[in-house]
Design a protein around this ligand. Structure first.
Ligand code: ADP
Ligand code: MG
Length: 451
């Protein structure tokens, strides 16, 4: 299979798993520039696509390519506006060259990086779970740099953090097209910084980040353990504060809970407005589903919406995934979205989603990692509070997620008596109903288990 066929095949597979909107937004104008045994270079039309392919779709792209190139170990995403001359792609896939260059240069000129036009306030459904974060985001968009600076939004995976932080960028841009808005996932900031040092381009790095009017850094928890980048971020942060620039950060947990983050940064993050996004309640999930179905021109009956919302509760990305699955199926088989059919479509997905890859080993590793302790400590016998608590969470999760018997759990946790396990697991069961922090931690851990 040559590289054009390889890419066409890959696109074909991606098209099935992604929504049409995402597929066209992110994969239009992409092609394979070079393809060797173990590495592939994918050409993308702009830094925007580059970012998204690298951060959001890399895994899927890799999985598909790997089937045809078993030796593959590396994929690079390179900005190329024109595919190599011998390539013939479906016309739909390529935007005319002029349009592309115009787009790229406009982006550069504006100094607006990586804002996705889909993530707006208009498209954001407000419910109890995200009301505070939404209100704070709106306030920031109305008066950037004045109120709530920094704004720190935290919440679990797929609950709308990226959507909100991007909406802030769009909204400010709309009100003030000249504003210099920089959006970057934290990992991008970190990579940019390392690149800048390696290529002696630290000046342009500083210019990009420190001169921003609005700096939006997504998933700031990835600063954890990166000392050099933290140092640089600290200076960036101060520069922006001095110039009255607005800073917005998102994270999967509160500032104080980000491990290996310097105290001066976490205290600054915590010193502004801290707003959380919780898991959406049933009502909000139904409202979101309705909105998304409408966007996709799908008509779904109330009982169907309820069924989906009742069965998919952990996050909004999964709700979208379910809708896309249904949509693809309905189009493919030209069928109606009755409750029976939708149940059939989602059933296998709902049950395999859980448990299939979950093992005791995975649970204990993730818990140790989450609480920043060593695996041996988690499985050991020391009775310090910092160890006992995570250990009890492990008991609880082994019991509830894997249905292990108490003696079995005792064995998995380094040889403990079953009465200890019963005590630990029940303690968490009782406490979880009234302890918000515990609830949130457990749901964060669960997300990691099923990711
Ligand atoms: P996070 O960054 O918290 O992991 P995202 O912002 O990427 O989550 O959200 C996941 C998906 O769910 C996105 O496609 C986003 O548009 C959608 N989404 C999240 N919250 C809402 C909401 N309140 N209304 C509409 N769509 C939402
Ligand atoms: Mg995100």
């Amino acid at each position: 299979m040559d590289k054009e066929q390889l890419w066409q095949t890959t696109l074909g597979e991606l098209e099935v798993i992604l929504s049409k909107a995402h597929f066209t937004t992110w994969f239009r104008g992409t092609f394979i520039v070079a393809d060797e045994e173990d590495s592939t270079i994918i050409g993308v039309p702009n830094s925007f696509s580059q970012e998204w392919l690298k951060n959001k779709y890399h895994h899927q792209i890799y999985e598909i390519l790997k089937k045809y190139r078993p030796e593959l170990t590396e994929i690079k995403y390179k900005i190329c506006t024109v595919p190599p001359p011998n390539i013939t792609l479906d016309k739909e896939m390529i935007t005319p060259v002029q349009e592309k260059t115009a787009e790229t240069s406009k982006v550069d000129h504006d100094q607006t990086f990586n804002l996705n036009s889909h993530y707006t306030f208009e498209n954001f459904v407000v419910g109890n779970s995200n009301r505070l974060a939404h209100a704070a985001s709106l306030a920031v968009s109305n008066k950037p740099g004045k109120k709530y600076n920094p704004l720190f939004i935290y919440g679990g995976v797929g609950l709308g953090k990226t959507h909100l932080i991007q909406a802030i960028g769009q909204e400010i841009k709309k009100k003030n097209p000249k504003a210099k808005i920089v959006y970057a996932p934290c990992e991008h900031f970190a990579n940019d910084f390392v690149d800048a040092i390696q290529n002696k381009k630290i000046d342009s790095f500083k210019k990009k980040y420190r001169n921003a009017d609005v700096l939006l850094i997504d998933d700031i928890q990835f600063l954890s353990g990166k000392e050099g980048t933290q140092e640089e971020f600290f200076h960036t942060y101060n520069a922006l504060q001095q110039s009255n620039g607005q800073i917005v950060l998102t994270s999967d947990r509160v500032p104080q809970a980000i491990r290996e983050l310097s105290g001066r940064l976490s205290s600054r993050f915590a010193g502004g407005m801290v707003a959380d996004i919780k898991q959406p309640d049933l009502e909000t999930r139904v409202a979101i589903l309705k909105a998304k179905a409408q966007e996709q021109n799908m008509e779904l009956a109330t009982n169907v919406l309820d069924y989906i919302a009742q069965n998919i509760s952990s996050n909004i990305r999964e709700l979208e995934g379910a809708l896309n699955k249904i949509k693809t199926h309905l189009e493919l088989y030209n069928s109606e979205a009755t409750l029976d059919i939708v149940t059939q479509i989602l059933e296998p997905f709902l049950s395999t989603n859980r448990n299939q890859y979950l093992t005791a080993e995975k649970i204990v590793k993730i818990i140790a990692n989450f609480y920043g302790i060593k695996l041996e400590e988690l499985l050991g016998k020391k009775r310090n509070k910092e160890l006992v608590y995570p250990r009890q969470i492990a008991m609880y999760l082994l019991r509830h997620e894997l249905n292990y018997s108490y003696p079995h759990i005792g064995k998995e946790l380094g040889g403990k008596d079953h009465t200890t396990i019963i005590h630990g697991s029940e303690k968490i069961e009782k406490e979880i109903t009234k302890n918000d922090k515990m609830q949130r931690e457990i749901s964060l851990i669960k997300e990691k288990l099923y990711l």
